[in-house]
Write a protein that binds this ligand. Structure first.
Ligand SMILES: C[S@@+](CC[C@H](N)C(=O)[O-])C[C@H]1O[C@@H](n2cnc3c(N)ncnc32)[C@H](O)[C@@H]1O
Length: 367
């Protein structure tokens, strides 16, 4: 490595911050889609002409040439498009991935909208509170950003409610279905970890209880994957619990409402075979995570399993960890942290898998 390289790398990383602010611009004007459609290196004018053609007579918010060029240049800096010679751009593998995986574009939007805003206010939030840490979920850098922007109403709300008020929930839900990429379905992942689900499902059947409940299960992607992998499971066996008003029905599954945050709101489904929490606990501070686990523990039968699907707390997921802190006061957790949380809820860890990449699996059962 040359003597300059660490400095080059450092500059490359920290100058990403403002460039990331152009991602919503690139998405708004469909620049990734346009470059893929054009199929050859294109000058900024060609991209603007292709955009004008795509919107036809609807010219309400037409970007100027400079904005198109600067957004494309910023995307080239991030590696999301290629820049061949001065101001000539073309699609690369990341551009094509963004276009062919719509959930990934919604994910890019989420992290460059809410998370970027929260990250920008993290230090000022710490200063304002005399470095009191960790953040509580209604006092994260995101609420502080709204406070500083003079929006006292949103400054009091949870990040999910802020997203709803800002019209961002539908996009967030779309991100959750498919996320940045799909490497394996949930049943495939469990099989890869050599986790045996069949006996648990058989037991639920013999006890005549609901087979699986997915708490905060979004649009039901994971339950639908289990339905496909285990054709014996019917709509009634698979329940998605949500509080998200944009999700009104999920064909092929049972949708029910449970707001796990409400005080005195018991888990309404008792003794189910499996309770799933996928990417729920990393949205929660420790105390709130412990409260949710306690509610589930109270509903669980000795044979019930709680399956937690979260990222491994390793260097690959450090940026996700930072994002969860800034947005929710949440965090990724290590094996010892899972044990501590389990113990607080009268549970014990009975299976765990922490892969380098992708989601891991932690099983808990009643003590
Ligand atoms: C990060 S998403 C995960 C979605 C899904 N489990 C997945 O992995 O694709 C978090 C989900 O939790 C839901 N959620 C957030 N707060 C909730 C609450 N208090 N009660 C029920 N669901 C909640 C959101 O609506 C959202 O769908």
């Amino acid at each position: 490595m040359s003597a300059q390289m660490p400095g080059v790398q450092l500059a490359r990383t920290v100058t990403s911050a403002a460039a990331l602010g152009f991602v919503p611009v690139a998405i708004k004007f469909g620049l990734f889609d346009l470059l893929v459609e054009i199929e050859k290196p294109a000058h900024r004018k060609e991209v603007l002409m292709a955009y004008e053609k795509s919107v036809g007579s609807d010219r309400k918010s037409m970007p100027c040439l400079q904005l198109i060029d600067d957004a494309l240049y910023a995307m080239a800096g991030l590696g999301f498009v290629d820049m061949t010679v001065d101001c000539v751009y073309s699609a690369n593998d990341i551009t094509r991935h963004l276009v062919h995986t719509p959930s990934a574009q919604h994910g890019a939007l989420h992290f460059t909208t809410e998370a970027l805003l929260a990250g920008a206010f993290l230090m000022r939030r710490l200063e304002s509170g005399g470095y009191r840490y960790p953040f509580e979920e209604l006092h994260t850098p995101l609420q502080f950003a709204y406070h500083e922007m003079g929006n006292d109403e949103l400054a009091q709300q949870h990040t999910y409610d802020i997203m709803a008020a800002e019209g961002r929930i539908d996009s967030f839900n779309r991100f959750m279905v498919g996320k940045f990429m799909k490497t394996a379905t949930a049943p495939e992942r469990l099989a890869r970890f050599e986790y045996h689900l069949d006996p648990v499902l058989q037991d639920a059947k013999s006890r005549r209880v609901i087979a699986m409940v997915d708490i905060g299960g979004g649009r039901g992607e994971m339950m639908l994957e289990f339905k496909q992998a285990f054709p014996d499971l019917s709509d009634k066996d698979l329940v998605v619990q949500e509080f998200n008003h944009e999700i009104r029905e999920i064909p092929g599954l049972t949708l029910s409402t449970w707001n796990y945050k409400e005080n005195d709101s018991e888990q309404p489904i008792q003794g189910a075979g499996v309770y799933h929490l996928a990417h729920i606990l990393h949205n929660l501070p420790d105390l709130d995570a412990a409260r949710l686990l306690q509610k589930l523990s109270q509903a669980m039968h000795p044979q019930s399993r709680l399956l937690i699907h979260e990222f491994t707390k390793n260097a690959n997921n450090a940026k996700m960890h930072a994002s969860m802190i800034a947005l929710f006061g949440g965090r990724e957790r290590s094996a010892s942290e899972w044990r501590q949380l389990a113990a607080l809820a009268g549970l014990r860890v009975t299976f765990e898998a922490y892969p380098e990449g992708g989601e891991g699996l932690v099983e808990m059962r009643k003590l």
